[in-house]
Design a protein around this ligand. Structure first.
Ligand code: KG4
Ligand code: ZN
Length: 336
């Protein structure tokens, strides 16, 4: 079974091709970041137009990289949400039009399920049950994945997502959008206890996060410093911000692993590319004798291969049940 996946929920036009064993045959994407930088964030209307312009050529590139033509594709998967409405509609219309023409199934995939599936691309021995920490620009949540079909969201952020916290703090520091990777690069050589920024909701036991207090605290701190002081100490400020975000994520994740008696931890989403987060989660898992899984760095941020992979979950179940039909995860009427 060969699946082509289309991702267009935000600012990446992506197409990936994956086979039934989660082997990635190709993964191509066009990042719109440069188009949005002048505005300091993603402009939905611009994003939709850019997807429309690029989606055809990115799909063509993915087919060429895999050495396949459209007739060899058995199933098309696309992101149906959550995300920006215009961008989602471009991807959904493109994918469903193509599937209809080829007379093959079009499967609507939830973007967050796509991120969870990204971990299976690099770790074929991973099977549920596991606890998954999804950390991206739009989401921060802890999900109990009890089987390929069953997800239970245990808790999420009450305000900003972890990636959003990185991006907003970066903006305050004068870094360009998205700032997560740049903060993490600066932080690597900084003093992590230079400033102790707040760790939101740390005292509580519930699996919820909060990052808006951190953003305000960084803003107040920066307002009271001279530009020279900020420039001279940028690596230390970055390290202090990164540590505050990572400490909050690790603390709640470990508490939840214990509370739900899990022994496999998975992290996914754009922020899971962060080396300090990965290192800390891995260390905690080692201490507690738990297994730790993360996507390889190229599959942490949005991509098409993860969407294709998610559409294989229901199929996997059907294979186990010895059925041959492919069941859509979401009814096709559920689009965006
Ligand atoms: O999953 P993703 O590509 O898009 C969403 O679904 O939101 O995540 C993008 C987010 C951005 O906020 C970006 O700043 C963050 O992931 N990010 C990072 C790193 N690489 C990307 N945050 C921290 N450290 C990184 N190395
Ligand atoms: Zn994402």
């Amino acid at each position: 079974l060969i699946v082509l996946g289309i991702e267009s929920s935000c600012d990446e036009t992506a197409c990936g091709i994956v086979d039934h064993e989660f082997k990635v045959l190709s993964n191509q994407l066009y990042s719109q970041i440069k188009e949005h930088i002048p505005f300091g964030g993603v402009v939905p209307e611009l994003a939709a137009r850019s997807h429309l312009q690029k989606i055809g050529s990115i799909t063509q590139l993915a087919l060429e990289q895999a050495g396949l033509n459209l007739k060899q594709i058995d199933q098309i998967a696309y992101t149906c949400g959550p995300g920006l409405m215009g961008p989602l509609l471009v991807g959904a219309s493109f994918a469903r039009g193509m599937a209809r023409d080829l007379n093959i199934p079009a499967i609507a995939i939830n973007h967050l399920e796509g991120h969870i599936a990204s971990v299976h691309l690099s770790n074929t021995r991973l099977t549920p049950p596991y606890l998954c920490l999804t950390v991206s620009g739009g989401h921060t949540e802890l999900t109990l994945v009890s089987s390929y079909f069953q997800y239970q969201t245990l808790g999420r952020t009450r305000d900003d997502a972890a990636g959003e916290a990185f991006d907003k703090c970066g903006k305050i520091l004068g870094l360009s959008y998205p700032a997560g990777a740049e903060i993490s690069r600066l932080a690597a050589s900084g003093n992590r206890s230079f400033i102790v920024f707040p760790r939101g909701l740390r005292q509580t036991q519930n699996p919820e996060f909060s990052f808006s207090g951190l953003k305000t605290s960084v803003m107040r701190y920066i307002e009271n410093q001279t530009p020279k002081f900020i420039a001279d100490n940028l690596i230390h400020i970055a390290a202090s911000i990164e540590s505050a975000i990572v400490d909050s994520l690790v603390d709640k994740t470990i508490k939840t692993m214990k509370k739900y008696d899990q022994n496999q931890l998975v992290v996914c989403g754009g922020v899971s590319a962060n080396p300090w987060l990965r290192q800390n989660l891995q260390l905690s898992c080692k201490k507690n004798n738990w297994e730790f899984f993360a996507p390889s760095p190229e599959f942490c941020t949005d991509n098409g291969a993860m969407i294709a992979a998610a559409s294989l979950f229901p199929n996997k179940i059907n294979t186990l049940l010895n059925k041959s039909s492919v069941r859509p995860w979401y009814p096709l009427s559920d689009i965006a």
